[in-house]
Design a protein around this ligand. Sequence first.
Ligand code: PXP
Length: 249
Amino acid sequence: MPLLGVNIDHVATLRQARRTYEPDPVWAAALAELGGADGITIHLREDRRHIQDRDLRLLRETVTVKLNLEMACADEIVDIASRVQPDQATLVPERREEVTTEGGLDVVNHRQKVAEVIARLKDAGISVSLFLDPVAPQIDAAAELGADAVELHTGQYALARKSGEKARQLQLLYEAGRRVRERGLVLHAGHGLNYQNVIPIAQMEGMHELNIGHSIVSRAVFVGLERAVREMKRLVSGPWPNNHQFVED
Ligand code: PXP
């Protein structure tokens, strides 16, 4: 049964739209925990467009479930992470012009840098997950470099509109998930998951953690964050309705 990590960056995005103090991601984390979140995920971007250093500091003090910090392989952020010590770091690529993280980390072409960052974070006692596209060479490189977990990028699956394309993306994710497990890595997934598309991903064998943000925070605008998290937690944990059974071949 996968754990649910709730990404609260979007709460900070709303606050930063006015450069004010509300809504506070620290409150959001507390409500997400009340709704059953198993983890709180935040991304401290180099441009600080949403989560601020103060948020990370306060969340480290107040979050009682797993605190997962998404971060680029940037020296400044690695220094901060090593000091603040989230429970887990998820390494992601970061480009200033992107609206959100667009693709997985290219571990194959940046082996040395990624290896260096993994070593520094692990030395600081932080477990390391790599956010990867569902392709074999990237997963193999993650295993070789000593990552603890791989978060499979579900964005292409989430974006697929036609059923054939959705099934193809799901197949790629299932094959990648199997490889992650075979290489001895812990399996995570995230990006673009919502109340309509999460179940087949939650049903993947060995799925340990799902990180979901935009859809939960969007629903929270209408039903409140605690309820939005509770509803997602139910979908992630099952029991699932029969017509949603997705059996891995
Ligand atoms: N996982 C990673 C690595 C991400 O970068 C993001 C977006 O910040 C998410 C999960 C959550 O994606 P979404 O907001 O689309 O649910």
